[in-house]
Design a protein around this ligand. Structure first.
Ligand SMILES: [Ca+2]
Length: 536
């Protein structure tokens, strides 16, 4: 046993379980030792220990836990991360939306673990995905803004993604949907999803173009997929279905990263979903129906997993990459009670839906207010897969797997966000327990844009923090009351921690060359007919 396993078994709950069911645990240990002896991966016992508790304590856990024998045989679960694009904290009925119809996601939340304090790693697309894939603060890895088509900004080869780590450990890996971690999917000078760990990928560089209907810009494993017939969520779900049925081998577990494009603009909504909102304006029906279109894509994925009998041994995580966009064309996304929206570092920009299921491990119908962020998914996935997270670089997240057992997450440093091109003045934010500290930066504040200005990244490395504000989210979810004057000791403690974190990120941040944004995207978008100002 490793020392870490010893620590796990020292946990009093698990120790009690092992006393209750010593022979069961011994069998599990033997089975797992056999697996570990094959040299596949280092394994942990926490999952099996939880199942042991389940097998011995029906009063605490539901009776649907898999048997210990099954757990030992299939101890490495499949893992699926499903990402929505610009889905706000308040955009699902299970997070309080009064009108939008998302029956599958709502049922998924009811049967799983719903996080009330789940965050994306950033307030916009590429940085959020970089944080999710690497477990590192996006600015630290150089993804400090969204990546326009043909940009030199990309997730560098030196970064280790969830997919790379799991593929090395014997997982099959598949990515479908929006990638947004390179400037172009046919640029040989930048690593693409395949070089970042995916055996199979079916991706768009950024958004589906000309919109969600019949997109032309998907690449499958490095080759253009041509003009496709259908709506984006259905196409992404169909590719996931094909891979699961036809390409996946049943002899090893898989990691799948499903990145729906909805409801990010340019929106195109299948009439069957727009029709769900007969009393809404065309724009509102377009937006709300687009979220329902996402829900239907998610439903297709669940149906496939059910038909293939894969649900029981799969950890499935659903979340969003940032807050609602709330644009001139579609001002209908909701951040619920939170302040601001996508692009801001107040919670409306970064707090998102977060729902998980893992039958037999995650207790159905639970809700947690533990703060969780996008940078936590890599350590969490490593934890449940029995894979050692990278030790040669700074990780900014921790495993939140203890939540599956109703135990606290032990975070070693606060959650941290930095967005140089944020909207509003606030460009750095930090959450520690219920406290949220935000600050401005001394570097020049460029407008939201896709360019890399001359000297921009160099200036970022010289910037300092200024103009702090302190909030307590438990009492003040909308971040309205600055408490630094009434809580000076807490303020100083968090300010010093934020300065140290910022310097650490700043020091590691790579430089990019200046780059003029060619606005490829806007030249290829087809906007909805109801967007009168742009109608030809
Ligand atoms: Ca987004």
């Amino acid at each position: 046993m490793t020392s870490e396993d010893a620590v796990t078994l020292a946990d009093p709950t698990i120790r009690k379980a092992s006393m209750l069911s010593n022979s069961l645990l011994k069998n599990a240990q033997q089975a797992l030792t056999t697996i570990a002896g094959s040299g596949v991966v280092r394994r942990r016992l926490w999952c099996v220990a939880a199942m042991t508790i389940a097998a011995t304590s029906s009063a605490t856990f539901p009776a649907t836990f898999p048997s210990l024998l099954n757990a030992a045989e299939s101890n490495r679960p499949n893992i699926i991360i499903v990402l929505a694009d610009d889905l706000g904290y308040g955009d699902l009925a299970c997070y309080g939306h009064p009108r939008i119809k998302t029956p599958t996601l709502d049922r998924f939340a009811k049967q799983g673990l719903r996080l009330t304090d789940c965050y994306a790693a950033a307030a916009n697309c590429s940085p959020s995905r970089a944080g999710l894939m690497t477990g590192r603060t996006p600015t630290r890895v150089g993804i400090y803004n969204w990546i326009p088509t043909y940009s030199p900004m990309h997730l560098r080869k030196s970064e280790l993604t969830i997919a790379t780590l799991l593929r090395r450990a014997g997982y099959q890996t598949c990515q479908v949907g929006k990638w947004h971690l390179s400037g172009a999917l046919d640029d040989a000078s930048q690593p693409q999803p395949g070089e970042h760990g995916f055996d199979h990928w079916f991706a768009t560089q950024n958004n589906a173009l000309p919109n969600h209907a019949n997109p032309f810009n998907f690449f499958r494993n490095g080759k253009p997929a041509g003009q496709l017939d259908g709506f984006s969520a259905a196409l992404v779900a169909a590719e996931a279905d094909r891979w699961l049925r036809e390409s996946r081998r049943p002899d090893s577990p898989f990691f799948m990263y499903v990145c729906f494009h909805e409801p990010h603009e340019p929106i195109a909504t299948d009439p069957q979903f727009a029709k769900l909102y007969p009393d809404a304006s065309p724009s509102q029906a377009g937006h709300h129906g687009n979220v329902s279109q996402l829900d239907a894509g998610f439903a297709r994925l669940l149906n496939t997993l059910d038909e293939l009998k894969l649900r029981d041994n799969t950890l499935l995580i659903f979340t969003s990459d940032n807050g609602p966009a709330i644009t001139a064309i579609h001002p209908h996304g909701s951040a619920g009670p939170l302040r601001d929206k996508k692009g801001y570092l107040y919670d409306g920009g970064i707090r998102v839906p977060g729902i998980m299921q893992w039958p037999g491990v995650i207790r159905p119908g639970t809700v947690s207010d533990t703060p969780v962020s996008g940078v936590d998914w890599l350590p969490t996935v490593c934890d449940v897969a029995g894979v050692e997270p990278p030790a040669d670089r700074t990780l900014d997240g921790v495993s939140v797997a203890p939540l599956f057992r109703g135990e606290p997450v032990r975070r070693t440093k606060p959650l941290y966000w930095q967005f140089h091109r944020a909207q509003g003045d606030i460009r750095v934010a930090m959450r520690d327990g219920d406290w949220k500290l935000v600050a401005e930066l001394t570097s020049p504040r460029p407008k939201p844009s896709g360019e890399i200005a001359e000297g921009e990244t160099e200036a970022m490395k010289q910037a300092e923090l200024e103009d702090f504000h302190l909030y307590n989210l438990r009492n003040d979810i909308a971040e309205q009351r600055d408490l630094q004057a009434t809580h000076p000791a807490k303020f100083r403690e968090l300010r010093d921690a934020m300065i140290a974190f910022h310097h650490d990120v700043r020091n590691e941040q790579p430089l990019w060359p200046a780059w003029e944004w060619p606005r490829y995207e806007s030249q290829h978008i087809v906007w909805p007919a109801y967007w009168k100002p742009r109608k030809k």
